[in-house]
Write a protein that binds this ligand. Structure first.
Ligand SMILES: [Zn+2]
Length: 206
């Protein structure tokens, strides 16, 4: 992207404040770490996603403590394993990228056998549907929180071009945010394009 990021970090909002902020639009949710804290993820507005409780639980049942990037990179592959299999029971080999305090604990998790139908059900609950594109959209929606943080609660503010420009000027050149930006908007997006894309991702949510 062409915008230059400054290093002042607008990271002040704590968990309780974020929860209050998102509560205006959402019920029965809690805050999900997009990079899990067990994988070094921070507890701040750019790493927290307001996730419906039931969907949140289903997500971790499938992906344990995979980072959003690991899920994003493997989402099609995992989808195939869960939905295009002739087996009735499978194990979650895809979680081999996870890190637990004890490696033996991870081995147990990886080799645990699940009914395919159970995993399919978890997938549908986590992403709101069985279409792979729905999963990709929700992951991109999560990435918008990495980019915009708690401004996701106030799209009017966000969609004002002046504010958007100002926001990016104040935002840090964090590796995760640049990555999210490139996936959601492409390398050289202008404000109009960003606006259009954010609306599109939001519109297509389940
Ligand atoms: Zn979580």
């Amino acid at each position: 992207m062409t915008q230059r990021f400054h290093l002042a970090l607008p990271r002040g909002r704590g968990k309780a404040e974020l929860h209050r902020l998102y509560s205006d639009q959402l019920r029965n949710f809690n805050l999900h770490h997009l990079i899990p804290s067990s994988r070094g993820g921070e507890t701040n507005e750019f790493n927290l996603f307001p996730y419906k409780l039931k969907s949140h639980r289903a997500y971790h049942a499938l992906f344990l403590n995979m980072t959003i990037w690991e899920v994003w990179e493997r989402v099609e592959e995992i989808y195939e394993e869960i939905f295009n299999t002739n087996e009735e029971k499978i194990s979650r080999q895809w979680i081999n990228v996870c890190r637990l305090k004890k490696d033996t604990g991870l081995d147990v998790q990886i080799n645990r056998i699940f009914g395919v139908e159970y995993l399919q059900e978890k997938w549908i609950i986590a992403f709101g549907g069985q279409d792979i594109r729905q999963a990709q959209r929700l992951l991109k929606y999560m990435m918008l929180f990495i980019i915009f943080g708690s401004h996701m609660a106030d799209t009017n503010y966000l969609f004002d071009n002046g504010h958007l420009a100002e926001f990016f000027e104040k935002s840090p050149a964090d590796e995760n945010r640049l990555r999210a930006f490139n996936i959601c908007f492409g390398e050289s997006a202008d404000w109009q394009r960003i606006k259009a894309k954010v609306s599109k991702i939001r519109r297509q949510l389940p």
